[in-house]
Ligand binder design. Structure first.
Ligand code: MD3
Ligand code: FE
Length: 217
């Protein structure tokens, strides 16, 4: 029967929303991996704990961060950069778990960026009230590669601006399990996250975790 056929198709086809040319939202794409992702993250955080870094302007970020992969994103009074070692421990960042790398590769594939092989996963932790102001991601060498983001835990309002800081951002609600891919002409758009609303996520508690996978070298 036709209805059965379409139900089957709906089950195997992830949702795919185009936000802009080069930007796509795969709602629920990471949902099936939630427990494996949490286990992998717990392991990363045990080796490289979350910390709130300071911007070159001297402000402490409300978002706490850590990284895994062959390098990690850091900021301090001297600037933003990628570095091989965690400045807190003096040790290399923990390796990127294969599960995470594969998830990012599959998501990029779905959005038309075949062969994405990230070397960094920046892990952002938001508690209620934490936010990220509008910015561009431009510390990577290769803007030809996309960025893949995975949202876990409490929902957030993602702000999607244009190529100028003054372009009025559109707002998207990002929920647990949502994956987004940003590349091509969308790669340098301004973006940010509105202050996180309070809440309690059944699995993740009172926080939102966002993973961004990047090719930085
Ligand atoms: C659009 N993180 O870590 S992820 C960041 O939810 C960052 O923690 C946000 O922006 C967060 O730099 C947003 C979505 C995202 C990531 C990278 C992008 C959107 C992007 C790069 C270009 C355009
Ligand atoms: Fe960003």
């Amino acid at each position: 029967m036709t209805a059965d056929l379409f139900e089957t198709v709906a089950d195997v086809r992830p949702s795919f929303e185009v936000i802009a040319v080069g930007a796509a939202l795969l709602r629920g794409f990471a949902g099936p991996l939630e427990s494996e992702l949490m286990t992998a993250l717990r392991d990363v955080v045990a080796q490289a704990p979350f910390r709130r870094m300071v911007t070159p302007g001297g402000h402490q970020m409300s978002v706490a961060m850590t990284n895994c992969g062959s390098a990690g994103w850091i900021t301090d009074r001297t600037g933003y950069r990628y570095g091989a070692d965690d400045p807190e421990t003096g040790k290399p960042w923990p390796a990127m778990p294969a599960l995470l790398r594969d998830l990012a590769g599959r998501a990029a594939d779905h959005a038309g960026f075949a062969g994405f092989s990230p070397d960094v996963c920046l892990v952002n932790r938001y508690v209620p009230g934490a936010r990220m102001s509008l910015h561009q991601d431009r510390d990577e060498l290769d803007f030809g590669a996309p960025i893949v983001s995975v949202s876990l835990g409490l929902p957030a309002i993602f702000l999607w601006g244009g190529l100028k800081r003054s372009d009025k951002p559109r707002r998207f609600r990002l929920e647990h399990g949502d994956v987004a891919v940003w590349g091509g002409p969308a790669r340098l758009n301004f973006h940010g996250v509105a202050p996180l609303a309070d809440g309690e996520h059944p699995l993740m508690g009172r926080q939102r975790i966002n993973l961004t996978f990047r090719k930085v070298r």
